[in-house]
Design a protein. Structure first.
Length: 539
């Protein structure tokens, strides 16, 4: 069954982490005017949609994912007039803008929570999830994502409130119709501004199991998401949200969904169900960031998703984002084969079925950043885990080595524009350290080199846009040596073959067809170099 054509299936999305993108006023923090100043470069790259991570008013405990006012811009990013200028400038260049919608939780400084915690008997109490303790302890054994317990005690009213993330991010109570109506109104307000869609943060955590039962496990705090992830009413809430807020707008909606399986993605993205356009695929990134490089495992995951979703659902595809390290560092070789690795993953990203999402810096081959002391880290998860474990008696050096290896800050360092001070990101002191390799790895150097990662991305994006088979075509995996990933995209008699070497070894393979693009100058048609990628037209 042919895929139904949609603009958001054909689009290439570029994720901007505003705090680290471009600082226009020298305060060390990226801002909205800074984004406007760089729009022409993004247009040159060929992207169609800009996704802004949160720019709302926030205490910034979790870098904006703790929102205190959904209808206000955080002053560090600029003003609402600055946002409107950005929207207009992007639209005038033919680019759309989507925003993060963070409605599993709010900031504890949001007026709803401030009112909620005043007493047990007020209209906002039921906006959040409050419970009495049990035997002098928390209401249940749920562990938090950034803290040991998912509960915090509030002495003013003698109850605990639930927070799957930090204590400053209390979870909203989606069982309350008033909460769902508030979310509908927020969405309507932003759509009236003219934005083009939303990325819905942690959206499949919004429904908690009735009765909030203990998670299975012997531990006091168990982060087993069985009772707050994919609980069945989640689909009911999403359908209701679609009907109330999205159904009459031609917008892009993509969900961040933990523990997503193929069947879940189909259910979320099936147009007949009326939920979201797509959900992000995370299984591949979760595996290689936690387990390490394994070409066979990567191929198995991607093939299972590609064949399982075709004609039945849609997904957002990414290899990098603001919560994870950069793929050139975690899966590839960012020392000997950085450029080749970056181009290989560009080829993979732009030849799979699904809407591709690039993360800022990916298009110039940026690598992970690491810092020497815990004080240089900003990520709430990194800092909280370090403090909790050290307070419990663990060796600070051992704990620091562990959190340094997993910190989300690895992918959040400032964008590397050029080789001047602070990589051209700011004239002031950057909010987080710039990767020292900016003198070699930066946009200016990429623009000057016709063989750079940036220009390769431009070519791959252009190829995808003029080749419907790379967007809508059936995915057919091909038999190949273990180090290679070989597959075809077939659509209406057009066939393209992608050949990728996921190893540091030279590998023999009989290639044929018309070579359209590759990340090496091909010297041996039947042998691939380390991390070599090729795209052929067969028919």
């Amino acid at each position: 069954m042919p895929e139904q054509r949609q603009w958001w299936k054909e689009a290439v999305v570029y994720q901007i982490y505003p705090k680290s993108f471009n600082d226009s006023n020298g305060d060390g923090v990226g801002d909205l005017p800074g984004i406007v100043a760089r729009l022409d470069v993004l247009k040159m790259l060929g992207v169609d949609v800009l996704w802004l991570t949160p720019i709302y008013a926030s205490p910034e405990v979790d870098n904006g994912y703790d929102i205190s006012d959904y209808r206000a811009i955080h002053p560090q990013f600029g003003t609402m007039a600055d946002f409107e200028q950005l929207l207009n400038e992007a639209h005038s260049r033919g680019m759309r803008v989507i925003m993060d919608l963070v409605v599993n939780h709010t900031s504890d400084q949001h007026p709803w929570f401030i009112e909620s915690r005043k007493s047990r008997d007020n209209p906002y109490r039921d906006y959040y999830i409050w419970r009495d303790g049990k035997n002098g302890r928390e209401p249940n054994n749920w562990g938090g994502h950034f803290t040991q317990s998912a509960w915090s005690f509030d002495a003013a009213t003698g109850q605990y409130y639930l927070h799957i993330f930090s204590p400053q991010q209390p979870d909203l109570n989606w069982e309350n119709p008033a909460v769902r109506a508030e979310v509908d109104a927020i969405i309507a307000w932003w759509l009236a501004k003219g934005i083009d869609g939303f990325r819905l943060d942690a959206i499949n955590l919004i429904s908690k199991a009735p009765g909030l039962p203990d998670n299975a496990g012997a531990g006091r705090y168990v982060f087993a998401i069985e009772h707050f992830c994919k609980e069945p009413r989640f689909h009911t809430y999403l359908h209701e949200l679609h009907q109330a807020a999205f159904a009459h707008h031609d917008v892009l909606t993509v969900g961040e969904c933990a523990d997503l399986q193929v069947a879940d993605a189909i259910a979320i993205s099936d147009p007949a169900r009326g939920e979201l356009n797509m959900a992000f695929l995370f299984e591949h990134t979760n595996y290689y960031h936690k387990v390490g490089k394994d070409a066979q495992r990567l191929k198995e995951i991607l093939t299972r998703w590609q064949t399982g979703l075709h004609g039945r659902g849609w997904a957002g595809i990414a290899f990098n984002n603001h919560d994870q390290p950069r793929v050139v560092s975690s899966f590839g070789d960012d020392i000997r084969f950085r450029v080749e690795t970056a181009k290989l993953f560009a080829t993979l990203l732009l030849t799979l079925e699904g809407t591709p999402f690039l993360y800022q810096g990916e298009e110039i081959g940026m690598t992970d950043a690491t810092y020497a002391t815990i004080e240089e880290y900003n990520d709430v998860g990194t800092v909280n885990v370090y403090r909790e474990q050290v307070a419990a008696g663990a060796d600070p050096q051992v704990v620091f080595a562990a959190v340094r290896a997993t910190s989300r800050d690895r992918g959040r360092s400032p964008y590397q524009w050029d080789a001047t001070a602070n990589a051209g990101f700011t004239t002031g002191s950057p909010w987080i350290g710039v990767n020292p390799n900016y003198r070699e790895i930066n946009l200016a150097a990429n623009l000057a080199d016709p063989a750079s990662v940036f220009h390769y991305y431009r070519q791959m994006i252009a190829l995808r846009k003029r080749t419907p088979a790379l967007i809508y075509g059936e995915f057919i995996a091909q038999a190949a040596p273990a180090a290679l990933y070989v597959y075809q995209r077939l659509d209406q008699g057009q066939c393209y073959q992608i050949v990728l070497n996921l190893s540091e070894q030279r590998v023999a393979y009989p290639c044929m067809g018309d070579l359209l693009i590759g990340n090496y100058a091909v010297t041996d048609q039947n042998r691939l170099q380390p991390y070599e990628a090729r795209v052929y037209r067969l028919v």
